[in-house]
Write a protein that binds this ligand. Sequence first.
Ligand code: SAM
Length: 281
Amino acid sequence: MLITVLKKYKITPQKSLGQNFLNNPEAVNKLIAFIDPSDKDVFIEIGSGLGTLTFPLARKVKKVFAFETDSRLIKVSEELKQDLKNIEFINQDILGLDLEEFIAGHLQPGEKARVAGNLPYYISTLILFQLLKIKSYVKDITVMLQKELAMRIVANPNTRDYGSLTVFFQVFTDIKIGFEVRRDSFYPEPEVDSIIIKIIPLSKPRIDLSDYDLFLKLVKTSFAHRRKTLKNNLKNLDEIKKDPQLIHSLFSSSGIDPGARAEALSIFEFKKLYDALMEIR
Ligand code: SAM
């Protein structure tokens, strides 16, 4: 069916846009069941492609805002949507959109959006960070990700996969792992397998942070060079560069070992470093 549509409309999938279309009805059904949609839900779909997920989802929910950057695919989807009046296709690069403004303008006050998507792999991490920023307006986010990326999100400390992404997701969200989707479920076949996960923003983060951006910077700088110690990485924080002596206070007041590596720190230990940084800056 998918390949017939691509041929009929003379569409060659664009690798540079991460166009690996889901081509396995069983996987689509499982994905819809895992999303667990209801008729009150308003969905934002990221990268709707040829509507493989959009159409079955729209049959079960109030509204789907389907974002797709490739206008060729929007044109075809508009033709294929038949009687489905609750889909709005939006020809827009999701990274160029102010999602907070979009939600404020399109949802009822207090109403939370649900997000779904088989994400374009080349920008999955950027999209996830963008979604984390609007977490208070979002009920949940069900996404298909490259398996390696999903493993990084759910990693444990002291493993190779544990990194800044893991820390941010652990602070702000719960993660439910859905199921694996093998590479031969897509056309064209990607070089990696995929996993579907559901990200559920917590109403209250696991640690209190008044300056989210500072925490983000602290964690990213801690992991900048994974083989370096925390002390050597954190020397590069602007706050420390201004007064290099402060690095000693950072570790003494947090109680964190300056010789440790970032991958050994739990989110609660990062919070201790963050509190110390707030004090000294
Ligand atoms: N949902 C479809 C499916 O499951 O078959 C398509 C998934 S495909 C992995 C990712 C889709 O995201 C492609 O259709 C691609 O054109 C679109 N895309 C790529 N970059 C985008 C961006 N910056 N903003 C919105 N959509 C984008």
